[in-house]
Design a protein around this ligand. Sequence first.
Ligand code: MRU
Length: 334
Amino acid sequence: MPVRALWWESGKLAYIDQRLLPGRLRVVRTARVRDVAQAIRTLAVRGAPTIGVAAAFGMVLAKAEGGRSPDAAARLLASTRPTARDLFVGIEAVRRAWAAGEDALAAAEAYRERIVEECHAIGISGAPVFRGKPRVLTHCNAGALATVEWGTALAPLRVAKQRGGEPFVWVDETRPLLQGSRLTAWELGQEHIRHAVIADGAAGHFMKAGEVDSVIVGADRIARNGDFANKVGTYEKAVLANENHLPFYVAAPWSTFDISRPTGDSIPVEERDEEEVLELAGTRLAPRRSRARNPAFDVTPARYVTGFVTPEGILPPATLAKVLRGHRRPAMRG
Ligand code: MRU
């Protein structure tokens, strides 16, 4: 059974608590919107498309609980994390239906289905690039856990494997919360895709040694000109790929593209608790008096992107603005 990050079950949202993986596969079930907001805030549920779908179902729970207007429920969920565009698209998909007196659950289910279908389509768009035995580097987790099913960056590799290819994946461990070594490595293991976890600082070494053929990552928000936000450390991987003449791909569904941002300069970058950097798995490693900074994302300029792997094919950054005009979707400002 392939991994699924969350699903709807008898009036509740069921989700995998991603903080506990790979050691423990715990499914949490909740009927409270506050729990959904907290799960998103604490990264129990994470990855741009997944938090959009979780928030869509959170809106359904808020309606069933009563006591909140559609706008108040939307504000609660929107306050959890600022960077991923998908969060705001997912919330708006259900807020509109609820405010119009339509079936909120049907709207959330339709949103989930759309995301899953788009991620599968990303896999089909991108698979031809990864034919044979490519050695591909990825950062963070852009697999099924981050997108409900299939993944964005991992979807083309999954489809390539189904077609008989033998991809090998270099998995950046992705400090400080280790989404690469904990989650991507776990997902690849489930799918029997060959991989090796490397320290974040090792990517340049393997690129320079000729052991990496290409890079593919997901995104949390993509501006009209192709600048994009993704997990902190992505920017330096893009610069390194450019230095080593390697193709660099960014895979995302339409909910991640933000036509209202002309460039990446206006993408809000979440800064998280400094303890995430100062500690490792709850153990303080840095000196007691040391302080830290903890941006969860960075913004990579479009000039480093070879192509955006979308549900409708691979788009070079220069064509993005034109294509996006055909994909205007309602989203709350966020
Ligand atoms: O802080 P996280 O774990 O939610 O960050 C996730 C990422 O940066 C992913 O790479 C991004 O959401 C793309 S997921 C398909």
